[in-house]
Design a protein around this ligand. Structure first.
Ligand code: ADP
Length: 739
């Protein structure tokens, strides 16, 4: 690689890079030169430049006096000097020179523009005069200079300084001493690099980080705000800040929280601020912000008459103020307000920083509000579910149990810990198979609600516990699935009771079947010996009738009578047992047609008794036609049989619509029944009269009840003793689709 030729202009450029704050190592690396060489160039450059400022020629009337012209006659060194001068003059950063006594020797154009000071008139003046309104800034520069005089070389430091428009800028000041002809320190060259933008970006980032952390750590806006206000004020040098909130009920706004530097006057001002409620308007500070939704800046509080708290603020030593809305989208939730002790001109960056914080606070407020509402609705949900169930649970989107209300352990005695963080099917249930779980899981994956999912879980202090859980899927406002929530109930008792009930039912069904079998077998098998009694009695009569005396004949009549009655009883019992065993399938049948058939069967009895039988329209019902005929026949026959001695029977058969069922009635004007027998008469062989009064076996109504119950209906009697009875029974209506 060819060695680069360093002409004076290039050398000057390299040195100027250093004067603009670039680190020495970076410069050397970039230009591939040794640090020693760089320092030599800088020394030469500064010596040349400085000497020209000190030369008597600069006292001339030449307009370029502040940046002296090159000496006459262009030799190598004077050419370098000219280049250096030109470069400094056009450099976009302020450059200035000072003599050992602190007096300004000159400066470039950028310096002139930066401070708004005419450079020519400033020659011979000091830094105290440049910063006459901010002596603390002058003092800092002065101290840096003193340090340089004591140990010459280079220095850099940051400082905030006021500039031409009164605004405060962050500067990086770079200074290097130069030597005079005698080799002693003769003065310094200074450059100013404006690092305001970088500083502001850093500051804003720092403030926003601090605010973000505060908001994430605090539960409420009230807890977070003092820290948030402090983050802004402390970082930017403002004296105090407050948050104002709209109070919807009072339709005004109030100061909610405040932060200030340690100052009793300011504290008193803030305390006073918090006492009143204000109305939004077109004047003042916060009033105007909340009235217009726009930020407001007051440079001098004392001069702003519409600012109601202005006098108090001025008394507390506050000078400038600004306020901005706390927004959430278009909605204004409140305002932030800040005060400074010095005069501060409207600063867009500062306002933007405030607005950014305002929006962070706005989001926080909205989130807290939403969380509060969610909590309230959750609490409502939980307390409601507590009424209808034992406990409440939640599952995440992976179906892992994330919450179990305390009543779970209270009710079941099961520790929920092993279940939390796990899926329902991660722990065994005694009643469920792999495929049961698979079905349940598939249902959850479809995000469907589920009801009464029953699980038998092992329990430490009982054999097992039966749980029934129901759940519904939960979706967030973006309709994303977030899990399930639901309730659970301990159904162990119910399950045990169900078990006992089932056992009792099974037992009943078994004994019923046995009884049926017994009744059938008994009645069937008893007929044979009975027939034998009957036929041998007749044989006895035929063969030995003439040999027997009257008494024997009477006894034989008793035997035949008993046998006949027993035959009737057995036949009735057989008929009764057949209601259950020989029943036909239920089909839609016309009750009226059946009744008419029954009346034909009963024609003899009707004629003999002179009964008048009427009937209303009867519906179509689902029934076993033979059994329905038997039912109607028994009831009508009874109505004829149990008639009054002196009155012909009047009987009416009707049916009425009773919702899901038909209610039939067979009403008579007979002897009636006393209420204490209303139930008894439906039992097998229960009768209220002797054979002589009214013949019968007492099985007719038992058969009626059995028939009605087989048809899923009920039967009962209503009666006024001596006036008549009405037997009612119900039959279910025909279901749709039943033909
Ligand atoms: P039975 O007619 O063979 O006596 P039921 O079972 O048919 O047997 O009737 C039982 C009893 O109920 C009858 O003995 C009678 O006392 C009473 N009973 C039944 N129907 C009527 C009725 N329509 N009026 C008055 N009493 C009745």
């Amino acid at each position: 690689m060819p060695v680069r030729q360093w002409d004076p202009a290039s050398k000057a450029k390299v040195v100027l890079e250093g004067l603009q704050g670039k680190p020495e190592t970076a410069i050397c690396k970039r230009h591939r030169i040794k640090p020693a060489e760089y320092r030599r160039w800088r020394k030469q450059f500064l010596a040349q430049i400085a000497r020209s400022y000190q030369s008597p020629s600069r006292q001339s009337t030449d307009t370029s006096a502040v940046v002296p012209g090159p000496p006459r006659g262009e030799d190598e060194s004077s050419k370098a000097l000219r280049v250096a001068h030109e470069m400094i003059e056009v450099l976009p950063i302020p450059v200035y020179f000072k003599a050992r006594d602190g007096k300004h020797l000159g400066a470039n154009k950028a310096w002139e523009a930066y401070f708004g000071v005419e450079r020519e008139s400033f020659i011979g003046k000091t830094v105290q005069e440049l910063f006459s309104h901010t002596p603390e800034v002058a003092a800092k520069h002065q101290a840096a200079d003193e340090d340089l005089w004591r140990s010459p070389g280079t220095r850099s430091y940051e400082l905030q300084v006021p500039v031409h428009d009164g605004s405060i800028r962050h500067t990086l000041n770079y200074k290097a001493t130069f030597a005079g002809a005698d080799g002693k320190v003769a003065g310094l060259i200074g450059t100013i690099i404006d690092i305001t933008e970088r500083k502001r970006a850093e500051q804003r980032q720092a403030i926003e980080h601090r605010v973000t952390r505060l908001l994430s750590e605090c539960e409420t806006v009230a807890a977070a705000m003092p820290g948030v206000l402090a983050a802004f004020c402390e970082s930017l040098g403002w004296a105090c800040g407050t948050r104002w909130s709209m109070d919807s009920k009072a339709a005004g706004f109030r100061c909610e929280e405040a932060w200030s530097i340690d100052d009793s006057e300011i504290a008193a001002f803030l305390a006073a601020s918090r006492e009143s409620t204000y109305q939004p308007g077109q004047a003042g500070l916060v009033r105007r912000v909340l009235g217009t939704g726009q930020p407001v800046w007051i440079v001098d509080i004392a001069a702003e008459e519409s600012f109601l708290r202005g006098k108090q603020a001025a008394k507390a030593g506050l000078r400038s103020a600004f306020a901005l809305p706390i927004r959430l989208g278009e909605q204004v939730l409140g305002a932030l307000e800040f005060f400074h002790r010095d005069e501060r001109l409207p600063d867009e960056w500062l306002l933007n920083t405030g607005v950014a914080i305002g929006s962070q606070v706005g989001h926080f407020m909205a989130r807290k509000q939403a969380e509060g509402e969610l909590r309230r609705s959750e609490a409502r949900f939980r307390s409601l579910t507590a009424l209808s169930s034992d406990w409440y649970w939640e599952q995440d989107e992976q179906f892992r149990l994330t919450f179990m209300s305390s009543r779970f352990v209270e009710r079941t005695g099961i520790d929920p810990a092993p279940y939390l963080g796990r899926k329902r099917w991660d722990r065994p249930a005694l009643n469920l198979t792999e495929s049961d779980w698979e079905r349940h899981r598939a249902q959850l994956e479809r995000h469907e609600p589920f009801f009464d999912f029953e699980m038998e879980r092992a329990s430490p202090d009982a054999d097992s516990v039966w749980l029934s859980v129901s759940g519904e899927p939960v979706f967030d406002e973006d309709l994303r699935f977030r899990g399930y929530r639901g309730v659970g109930t301990d159904i162990t008792e119910r399950k045990r009771a169900q078990g006992v009930l089932r056992a009792a039912y099974d037992e009943l069904a078994r004994s019923n079947a046995e009884l049926q079998q017994f009744a059938y077998v008994a009645s069937h098998d008893l007929q044979e010996p009975l027939r034998m009694i009957g036929s041998y009695t007749q044989l006895l009569e035929r063969r030995y009738g003439d040999k027997l005396d009257r008494d024997a004949h009477e006894f034989m009549d008793f035997i035949v009578d008993g046998a006949t009655r027993m035959k009737q009883l057995i036949e009735d019992l057989l008929a009764y047992s057949r209601v259950g065993t020989r029943g036909k399938e239920l089909r839609p049948v016309q009750a009226q047609a059946i009744l008419e058939r029954v009346l034909i069967n009963l024609r003899g009895a009707v004629e003999q008794s002179g009964a008048a039988i009427t009937y209303g329209p009867l519906p179509e019902v689902s029934a076993d036609d033979t059994q329905l005929a038997q039912l109607l026949q028994n009831l009508i026959a009874n109505a004829i049989k149990f008639r009054k001695k002196d009155e012909a029977p009047r009987i009416h058969v009707g049916a009425e619509d009773a919702g899901d069922e038909w209610r039939f009635a067979v009403a008579d004007n007979g002897i009636g029944i006393e209420p204490q027998y209303f139930d008894r008469i439906f039992m097998v062989f229960q009768r209220l009269h002797t054979q002589d009064e009214y013949p019968g076996t007492g099985i007719g109504l038992a058969i009626c009840r059995k028939v009605v119950e087989r048809h899923r209906g009920r039967i009962w009697v209503e009666s006024a003793y001596g006036k008549g009875s009405t037997f009612r029974f119900t039959l279910p209506k025909i279901q749709k689709g039943e033909t």
